[in-house]
Design a protein around this ligand. Structure first.
Ligand code: ADP
Ligand code: MG
Length: 480
């Protein structure tokens, strides 16, 4: 019976990806099976709760699919030696984070203890003087965990940032977050700073862009105040948050100084979080000894958000700014602006400003009229799923509503599958996003449709010809 556990995990590994699997599933072990109850162990409470909230459902589904039986689950926390230090105390992490939003997270404040003192956490706490309060770090008020929308595009980075904010200097050190512009790296960095400052005010947190770090370093060298610089970053610092590290590539002396800062903090068990626009190994001009250190901990990426995440971000920003935005308009704007959250925010501000200047209601057409020029110019009028649906419906003489509807009649199901296939081939949309645009179908339906159409093209010349014609028309005239 214990095989079923390892087999289910093996089956899930390709689906979840090796990194997620190693981080969150591998530490969970099957202790015993009693009747219909699985007894699992987790190395600490954080891992237990994270597993329960994020992965237990899929693991149980996988087991059910393999055994046709349903199991209850009990998870005991059994710290192993390696984890022991990290889990002592009463830290409670992320009790109910949902996959879409980190906003409902509630925390118990952990007992104050400096990260540098973690080695002593196992021994009974000495009578401690009232904790000193460190100077508050300079943080943007808006960039907090509660305003960060969690989605598949940023899942690993957001969960790791949250884990670091719970237990700095322990699990992911250094944490390296990378990705394109406007995708939330700086937001996560500040969120870690806010959370740590609120829950552990004694921690000395330094948040700095790599550019500022370099300028301060140069000034310190020139003005003979290097000792003060060194103290600030190497000694009087418990958490170092450095934004856009790629900036110091090729600046030898700054890289050298950062290397020493890194070593000093790392050896003292202090948390380091670094962001960049690419992975450590791809930063030209970055010293190898530095890139290798940046790879020591966890390297997590942020990608362009998918449609659901873009809609959630828009709704949240609208709420923050008191803008009245219907679901229809959110979906519409999220369809127009795909590449980057900063542009998405800019689009919302533009639309709402124009609407209030003109005293008009925000409708999808109004949003298109305000953003139209911007989206066609900057994004070369990307082919949209709507365009594909329109063309496929006309080609097969059926209604768009049928393409989006549930009917399984071959005369409708085939064109629907073709439209899904073309949407996947010709637009950057993800499977879940395509499913959503076809009347809220599950992503597995879209995956199956794509597989079938790929296979059928080899078997049915008529279908292959239809797909070819449609593809030619769509590619010849990519404008809506
Ligand atoms: P980066 O540092 O990756 O260039 P930022 O962190 O500056 O990007 O993000 C750009 C803007 O987008 C910020 O206003 C930020 O609040 C917002 N943003 C990015 N990702 C998210 C997200 N997942 N949820 C909410 N807001 C986000
Ligand atoms: Mg940034």
């Amino acid at each position: 019976m214990s095989n079923i556990w390892s087999e289910a995990l093996e089956g899930l590994e390709p689906r979840l990806g090796a990194q997620t699997f190693d981080l969150w599933l591998r530490p969970i072990a099957l202790d015993k099976v009693e009747d219909d109850r699985l007894h699992l162990t987790a190395p600490n409470r954080f891992m237990k709760e994270w597993f329960e909230n994020h992965y237990l459902g899929v693991v149980l589904d996988e087991i059910r699919a393999r055994t046709e039986r349903s199991f209850e689950v009990e998870i005991a926390v059994v710290p192993d030696t390696e984890e022991k230090r990290a889990t002592s105390g009463t830290r409670r992490a992320c009790p109910a984070p949902t996959p879409t939003s980190a906003s409902e997270v509630v925390l118990e404040t952990p007992s104050p203890s400096s990260i540098g003192e973690r080695a002593s956490l196992d021994s009974p706490a000495p009578p401690s003087p009232a904790p000193r309060r460190a100077e508050p770090p300079k943080l943007s008020q808006r960039y907090r965990f509660k305003s960060f929308i969690h989605g598949s595009s940023n899942d690993l980075a957001a969960s790791a940032a949250w884990a670091v904010a719970q237990a700095p200097g322990q699990r992911f050190n250094p944490l390296f977050i990378y990705g394109g512009v406007g995708l939330g790296k700086t937001h996560l960095l500040h969120a870690i700073g806010h959370h740590l400052h609120e829950t552990r005010p004694e921690l000395r947190i330094a948040l700095q862009s790599a550019e500022r770090f370099m300028n301060e370093f140069i000034t310190a060298v020139r003005s003979n105040s290097f000792d003060e610089f060194r103290r600030r970053y190497r000694e009087d610092c418990d958490v170092l948050l450095i934004d856009d590290i790629q900036f110091i590539s090729g600046r030898d002396r700054t890289m050298d100084e950062f290397f020493h800062v890194f070593n000093a903090l790392y050896e003292a068990g202090k948390q380091i979080v670094v962001t960049a626009d690419r992975v450590p190994g791809d930063m030209q001009g970055m010293e190898e000894r530095l890139t290798s250190r940046l790879n020591w901990g966890l390297v997590a990426d942020v990608k362009a958000p998918d449609l659901e995440t873009r809609v959630a971000i828009l709704r949240q920003k609208a709420e923050e700014d008191g803008i009245d935005l219907s679901d229809e308009v959110s979906l519409h704007i999220a369809g127009l602006i795909r590449s980057n959250v900063r542009e998405l925010e800019g689009a919302l501000v533009r639309v709402s400003t124009f609407a209030s200047l003109k005293g008009l209601e925000i409708t999808p057409d109004f949003a298109t009229s305000v953003l139209g020029a911007q989206t066609t110019q900057r994004q070369h009028a990307p082919l949209t799923i709507e365009t594909i649906q329109k063309l496929v419906a006309t080609h097969f003489a059926i209604r768009i509503a049928d393409l989006k509807g549930p009917r399984r009649h071959k005369g409708i199901a085939r064109p629907r599958m073709i439209a899904m296939y073309l949407a996947r081939e010709l637009t950057p949309a993800s499977f879940p996003e395509i499913g959503l645009r076809f009347g809220g179908k599950d992503h597995s339906t879209v995956i199956n449709a794509c597989k079938r159409i790929r296979a059928l093209q080899a078997l049915e010349p008529e279908l292959a010809a239809n797909v070819r014609t449609l593809r030619q028309q769509l590619c010849a005239d990519p404008l809506d």
